[in-house]
Ligand binder design. Structure first.
Ligand code: GDP
Length: 425
């Protein structure tokens, strides 16, 4: 990375493209304040000084090109090193019109700024020591967080939770290595500087923490990408109807928020801040025509990939005896997945009669996907299952594939060291 790249002034729109009440344009680099100042003025186009203003202050004025006013804006000043990037930074809050935003960006480029590359502000924060790599990665996670839990985990990582834990481990390893190296230096003299048991305990304790971090990835992955849910059952049980009810409600929630144009991800479902991911949505939609035997294999596969398996029963078609047999067949395939039995189409029969038929399944939930009866209870039940997994967010949770890979390598190395210690190498 050349020095030039680190100090030239970059510009970009910080808010999403499109129309909004306001848009924010961010300038960062040595000349950020000078560039902004050169086009900043009072309403009557008297030059307004920014260079001599204090950091963390906001200034009202207009941005103009010669005698044409482009917009009335608020300029926020952050002087080096007290900014996100560590450099001089200016944030211009303008009106949220695409045209204004483009005009302003063009104007700043004309005055010496350069269009920022993707992630370049965060890259600079990293290069200037404002964030370490894991924190920089957490910024991306934070921006894309779509549930209360993924937000909480990303926030903790950005605030340095993960980094602190790694720093501590690193220090322990350095201490360990220096003891070993010291012994190597005096290897001729056959002296032991450190007690073997102490060394083993030290490596053991580090290895345990590393292992715990690796294990947390399973939870971390679930938090980041959603808890995988499989909807299974015989053809015509109502799987795709239920899927649609889930996803339609999600879509309705999203589109109710005015001005949001977020694309609904086909198979994600956010219930009370917990993210679920329905696996194989395409498969669910086409199961009606699949031959039974293929369907069964597919069902097992889906269950294997899920944390929660919803087994949907058509109350008119499946007897309690058949269900009992099916549950027994499913059990060996459940692995860590939790089975949720759901009786569907309760609108077609008297509910008392249905409940009586399935009385040996006290945990059974009763719904009508078509008439949207019992859907809220089903959703609440899914959230409860998640809570029961006792995910402790105050613990450091690894959510990043790169991190878990590095930890796995560390773990392998530590296990080798322990083996060496045990064999008195
Ligand atoms: P899949 O094969 O399991 O995906 O089942 P579908 O969702 O395609 O549903 C099969 C048929 O059952 C369709 O005609 C649905 O309209 C109907 N159906 C689904 N849920 C209900 C329900 O709760 N009540 C009634 N009466 N019909 C339903």
């Amino acid at each position: 990375m050349s020095n030039h790249l680190q100090t030239d002034t970059i510009v970009a729109l910080a808010t999403p493209q499109g129309i909004g009440a306001i848009g924010v344009i961010r300038l960062s680099g040595e000349k950020a304040i000078t560039i902004c100042e050169s086009v900043f003025a009072t309403k009557s186009l008297h030059k307004k000084n920014l260079e001599n203003k204090a950091s963390h202050t906001i200034h009202f004025g207009v941005i103009h090109e010669d005698d044409v006013i482009i917009d009335e804006v608020l300029v926020s000043l952050f002087k080096t090193p007290h900014s996100y990037t560590g450099e001089n930074t200016v944030e211009i809050s303008c009106h949220g019109s695409k045209f204004i935003q483009q005009q302003l960006i063009q104007l700043f480029i004309k005055h010496g700024a350069r269009m920022a590359n993707q992630g370049e502000f965060t890259l600079r924060a990293f290069l200037n020591g404002k964030l370490d790599l894991s924190q920089a990665e957490a910024v991306a996670d934070l921006i894309s967080s779509n549930s209360a839990t993924s937000h909480q985990v990303a926030m903790q990582q950005m605030r340095g939770g993960f980094s602190n834990k790694i720093k501590l481990l690193r220090q322990n390893l350095i201490d360990f290595a220096s003891l070993i190296e010291l012994e190597l230096d005096f290897s001729e003299e056959d002296v032991e500087f450190a007690d073997r048991t102490d060394l083993k305990n030290l490596v053991n304790s580090i290895q345990r923490i590393v292992q715990r971090l690796i294990d947390s990835f399973e939870v971390g992955n679930v938090i980041k990408n959603g808890i995988p849910v499989a909807i299974v059952g015989k053809p015509n049980a109502g799987k795709s109807t239920l899927l649609n009810v889930f996803l339609e409600e999600e879509r309705a929630i999203v589109s109710e928020i005015p001005g949001t144009t977020r694309d609904v991800i086909e198979d994600e479902l956010n219930i009370d801040g917990v993210l679920f991911r329905i696996i194989d949505t395409a498969g669910i939609r086409e199961t009606s025509d699949t031959i039974e035997s293929i369907g069964v294999v597919k069902t097992y596969e889906q269950i294997k990939r899920s944390s929660i398996a919803i087994y949907l029963v058509d109350v008119l078609k499946l007897s309690a005896t058949e269900l009992k047999k099916t549950v027994e067949e499913l059990k060996p395939h459940l692995n860590k997945s939790q089975l949720v039995l759901v009786a569907n189409k309760i609108d077609k029969e008297s509910i008392d009669h249905i409940k009586q038929c399935f009385s040996e399944f006290p945990e059974m939930l009763y719904i009508s996907a078509k008439e949207r009866i019992g859907i809220d209870e089903l959703k609440k039940h899914l959230v409860k299952l998640f809570d029961n997994q006792t995910i402790n967010i105050t613990e450091t949770i690894v959510t990043n594939v790169r991190h878990v890979e590095a930890l796995r390598h560390t773990n392998e190395a530590l296990l080798k060291v322990l083996e060496g210690l045990n064999n008195n190498v």
